[in-house]
Ligand binder design. Sequence first.
Ligand SMILES: C[S@@+](CC[C@H](N)C(=O)[O-])C[C@H]1O[C@@H](n2cnc3c(N)ncnc32)[C@H](O)[C@@H]1O
Length: 423
Amino acid sequence: MSQEENPKHSVIIEFLTKRGEGVACVEGRELIVPFALSGERVTIEERFKTRKIKWGKLLEIHESSPDRIPAVCEHFGTCGGCLLQHFSATLYKDYKKNLILEALRVQGLDTSLIQNPIIVGAGQRRRIDFMARKWDGEVKMGFHEAESKKPFNVQSCPLVHPDIPPLFEPLRQVVTPFLEQERLIHFFITRAQNGLDVLLAGFKEPLNTDQEQSLIDLAKAHGIIRLAYKVKKRETVLHFMETPTVRFGNHDVEVTAFGFLQATEASDKIFADFLEKHLGDSEPLNIIDLFCGRGTLSLALTKRGHRVKGIECDGQALKALQKVPEPLLEIEERNLFESPLLAEEFDSADVVVMNPPRAGADIQTQELAKSSCKKLIYISCNPESFARDCHHLLENGFQLREIIPVDQFMWTPHIEVMAYLER
Ligand SMILES: C[S@@+](CC[C@H](N)C(=O)[O-])C[C@H]1O[C@@H](n2cnc3c(N)ncnc32)[C@H](O)[C@@H]1O
């Protein structure tokens, strides 16, 4: 069936999904309608998202919700990056808070402690992953369109730090000739504290001298401190002024395109302040930082005089951390899913800090629950795994003392949470 023949419906949006999309009911079946709000009367065109899920493209709004506000970005609705720019401030705050609330409720946990979210705000994301590809004979550089694989040209992006968008058009012009030979290229741009780090990836063949020179000229003209490109797994650095770093505690730690980094500099501070709030006044403590990455939390803690053992499986991240002259920090490379810290290994720790990936820390939490650990600071990027792990901890003597959502992925359905637990 061609798109012109897809049925159109006039519907009322009944509720929002967890991703903040509207849901309408048509002939007893639910249709997901991105960019629509509860209570709105709209016309939609039926599309399939997958074979099971039906998706309705929002064509017209006849009665709009009092919670609708104009979007900030010219690309909103086309771009697949943001879903929630049309939410009023109140709806947005409630929606983000509800993500945590629902997850705790599913686990039967008390939700009364959940505070209003800290909203980091726009213009702060320090990292972007863009693609460039030829589509319908034209070079496109940016993100996918919403609900599609089709790329489109991003001219501006209010989400990211203002240092990044001025690179968009010059990069597009430089890589346009490359796409004669390559199907798809990715750009990873990171705003380090000392400048921009750019990695181009996805090349099948090495670039020729002229192409390399065009990238070097671009790097020099735009104050990029490191520019590299990757042919399969081999990385060639074309331009290097200094090592890109981010400051954690008292130290500058090297960052790379693929290593984990919190989405904004502001979140590093929010997490560090939370640690300070709960541990700041204490005598020097022995702390275990599980899933420590490049040391965002570990080095915030050593700055306050605490002795930290950081554990992480990413060898590259630990290499960067090892270069830091911090006598209070000890690190261990370990896969905490395959080989979790055992209960007795927590004996020497006064406090455990943990910031796992989206999957959470299921097996690790079981050991932690059996241990003598009395204080835990849990920072999570996934309300469901957070709630599951908390459920287990609460069944084993811990109590939740504070829960603060942190919105570092503005206008997306993501939310982080910081929690303090004690026995
Ligand atoms: C959400 S990040 C947190 C990193 C760090 N705490 C920070 O704030 O920058 C999760 C970290 O867990 C690490 N990780 C993922 N799976 C792991 C595993 N099985 N064992 C140990 N570390 C793992 C990742 O490499 C990543 O550095």
